[in-house]
Design a protein around this ligand. Structure first.
Ligand code: SF4
Length: 122
């Protein structure tokens, strides 16, 4: 099974250090990836962003991902909506509705659960 993560463009840059948390959570099967704990066949294949505010392009970008993966005989079986998007995006409801309507696969809200309660507190 192949997994994609849809993230916030305002937070994710081209080589986003924040994606480390999604990758770590996936490898450790923590956060919303706990559901794959007993299934080593789930592989992370893509982290892509929404296309930018106000969330106009997540569907187009997922369609582009499908086209990009096709020559390798791969596809996406599950989409996780990144914690960066679910916790911060003012257009979250609209993005979720669009993705859920068009994805054709399960869409899960959230990825990692490593958000610190404060920035500098312990
Ligand atoms: S639409 Fe939401 S997820 Fe996309 S860049 Fe803007 S704030 Fe981030």
């Amino acid at each position: 099974m192949k997994v994609a993560i849809l993230a916030c463009k305002n937070i994710k840059d081209e080589s986003c250090f924040g994606c480390h948390r999604c990758l770590t959570a996936f490898d450790k099967r923590e956060g919303e990836f706990k559901r794959y704990k007993d299934n080593p066949d789930f592989r992370l294949r893509a982290i892509l962003h929404c296309g930018g505010c106000p969330g106009m392009a997540p569907v187009n970008r997922l369609a582009n991902l499908k086209t990009w993966m096709a020559p390798l005989g791969e596809t996406i079986d599950v989409i996780h909506i990144g914690t960066c998007l679910t916790k911060n995006c003012p257009y979250k409801d609209s993005i979720l509705a669009k993705v859920k309507e068009k994805a054709g696969v399960e869409v899960i809200e959230g990825t990692h659960s490593y958000m610190p309660p404060t920035i500098f507190g312990t």
